[in-house]
Write a protein that binds this ligand. Structure first.
Ligand SMILES: [Fe+2]
Length: 393
């Protein structure tokens, strides 16, 4: 199912051609789909319900007009010193022509949460969602770049987008740029209508202006594990030798020692990079991925409800990337999660654990090992309670 979500979002462009030709390279526009194409992801009614029922925190909102935003437009200081969102002020701001952004809605709107989770799995990255409500003939933000790739799904009305080349390929927060100098004047104009999709890689400049109707879009931002993150951790983890904790002695020195010291540093770095194994890089990447995926508490309540009725025909699946080892004395075996939580089990359950961890999904009665069926069911229930396996059906 998770592999189908990107295909649904991008249809008729295939998942493979998106990843090959567009992802992190250039924008993609998909038009002429039915107006209610996103009804399973977000509707106007869902937003209205959230606004009506949701407890909205100040960090979840931004009221803006051409990049000008003042906290007093959406939140007020209470007598107890806490900031509280004033929903009436937000609605009044819309009537005055300000745009409203509702951030982190993947945490609050169940349909958006489910979609973000699937997209997160499909692309192996964290996914955050924001809703942008723009009055007719208005603009919330001036030309800018975002530090993350975005999918823009037009939910209501239409909006005209301008895209600019530059300023920097795959920009991140560490790169500072001056707006006026950094963009190429080449620009593309795109009109997004209800049901349309626009993908913009990070680093592409953009601005958007609504047309004669109110425009509402939801934007899904992607936060992947980057090579840079892997490099940083790989290098960080590697340096245990005492020599690298020495001081750099040759500040502003021009004699031969400068070259010698720099050569030594380069030698140590090269040695370390050469020594990196494939397993080490993969394990760092997996550890980072586990922290990124939108799956905290996924299915935990459903598993609680279902675990009472587990039987030999129930199908369960175990979490991705669990590692099974023995403890030092060999009395226990230990399951380690990608988040570095550990769970100890008696050594006689090792075959059972190996069987569970070796297949993605399996029937309870097909679990191998020394335990009889009654104890296997007990064991499965324990692992469900610990959040290590989940009930499929
Ligand atoms: Fe943006």
């Amino acid at each position: 199912m998770t592999k189908e979500i990107l295909s649904y979002l991008l249809s008729p462009v295939s998942r493979a051609s998106f990843l090959d030709e567009y992802y992190e390279k250039k924008h993609l526009l998909i038009k002429d789909r039915s107006a209610d194409y996103y009804n399973n992801i977000l509707t106007l009614e869902d937003i209205d319900d959230y606004f009506h029922q949701g407890h909205i925190r100040p960090r979840d909102v931004l009221v803006t007009n051409n990049h000008n935003s003042t906290l007093s437009k959406w939140a007020q200081l209470q007598d107890n010193g806490q900031l509280e969102v004033n929903k009436e002020s937000i609605i009044k701001s819309l009537y005055k022509g300000d745009s409203v952004v509702l951030n982190f809605v993947e945490e609050y709107i169940p349909k958006v949460n489910r979609f973000a989770k699937k997209l997160s799995r499909d692309l192996n990255c964290q996914v955050k969602a924001g809703i942008f409500i723009t009055p007719p003939d208005a603009q919330g933000f001036i030309r800018h770049v975002d530090y993350f790739d975005i999918f823009i799904l037009q939910i209501h009305g239409s909006k005209k987008w301008k895209l600019f080349d530059g300023p920097k390929e795959l920009i991140d927060h560490s790169i500072v740029f001056e707006d006026s100098e950094s963009f190429n004047i080449e620009e593309k104009e795109i009109e997004l209508k209800r049901g349309d999709l626009l993908y913009i890689p990070r680093g592409i400049g953009h601005s958007a202006h609504s047309t004669e109707d109110v425009s509402i879009h939801v934007s899904f931002g992607l936060f992947p594990v980057r090579w840079l993150d892997i490099f940083r951790i790989a290098l960080d983890k590697s340096f245990s030798e005492g020599s690298i904790r020495g001081s750099f002695m040759n500040w502003n020195n021009t004699d031969d020692n400068v070259g010698k010291e720099i050569e030594e540093i380069k030698t140590i770095l090269n040695k370390r990079i050469d020594a990196l194994s494939e397993e080490e890089i993969l394990s760092i990447a997996e550890e980072l991925k586990a922290k990124k995926l939108n799956k905290d508490y996924e299915n935990r309540l459903m598993d609680y409800v279902g675990h009472h009725t587990i039987n030999s025909d129930s199908i369960v699946s175990c979490q991705d990337d669990l590692i099974l080892t023995n403890d030092e004395d060999g009395h226990f075996c230990v399951v380690q999660t990608p988040k570095n939580e550990t769970f100890a089990y008696p050594i006689f359950a090792k075959d059972t654990l190996e069987s569970i961890l070796s297949s993605k999904t399996l029937k309870v009665k097909d679990i191998a090992g020394n335990l009889d069926l009654k104890n296997t069911i007990k064991f499965v229930k324990k692992m469900i309670a610990e959040g290590l396996i989940s009930i499929v059906k």
